[in-house]
Ligand binder design. Sequence first.
Ligand SMILES: [Zn+2]
Length: 337
Amino acid sequence: MSNSPLGTGAALLSARRPFLIGIDLGGTKIAGALLSGAGEVLAEARTPTPAGADAIVTAVVGLAQSLRATIRADHAAADVDAIGIGSAGVVDIATGAILDATEAIPGWRGTALAERVTAATGRPVRVINDVHAHALGEQRALDIPSAHSTLLVAVGTGIGGSFLVGGVPLLGAHSVGGHIGHVPTPAAAGIRCSCGALGHAEGSGSGTGITANYVAAGGEALDGPAIVARASAGEQRARDAVERSARTVGELVGGLVNTLDPHNVILSGGVPDIGALWWDGFERAARAELLPRTRGVDLLLGRSAAAACRGAASLWDERLWAELLAQVDTPPHRPLS
Ligand SMILES: [Zn+2]
């Protein structure tokens, strides 16, 4: 664990809770941050995501307790007030349980995450999908006015999204809102998605998609970074695999911008971080899809490494939380018979 300087773009998280923990729980790593109620990052920690739901819960609790130990060392009488978690999967925010999860985290479905972390730490816990948490954090980090609508597209191991209206993520009727990796996309045709379908954007556009594209073109099953290294060295098949990912995400984002007409579009995650090798093809493909009045939209690269942790902690902003709960209280939240 390393202490970090005060974060930039700090925005008030909670006036009533001086110390919060925000946790970003993904398929490959779990990151945590200790934040002040004013939004300053006081300490950060991370650990690889272990296999199995029990081991993941144990790792989350361990991370939270290590961050709590930091605060006790610096502020003798202080303790963490509350914990916010952004988790991969479909989250029931009313209970903090995982309703559904893909094979990115085997066994995660059905985990009573908030209940179990509260039992182990004695602290209240709120949970939301990790990409919604990421969008909440980026909006704060980039100082985007909450009146502006924001589409965040996270492209890493998978592809996720979040659409914020008035600073509040759209959860949808079944808490599935934002799962934009599962939009059929022309450039992904013929590639199998993590959900089992053919031709969804995640299958070709994500980090694992870069591998799928490379294999589909006759290459070896190398991981994304190894293929990017080959592409940078000039190997044409590797360049094509990266280009296909870029084109897939570009088509996806272009279509979504036409649908939602957001004020801001933020791309984040390991794949956009590849740089010009990916971004140029992405932006070309996205802009090729845009309707005339949306053509001036800014395509921004996310900036805050701690964004998802900050966004998870922001669940303790009571106004935000009330608006989120109001969405899941609205029928139909259950399958129609
Ligand atoms: Zn899919």
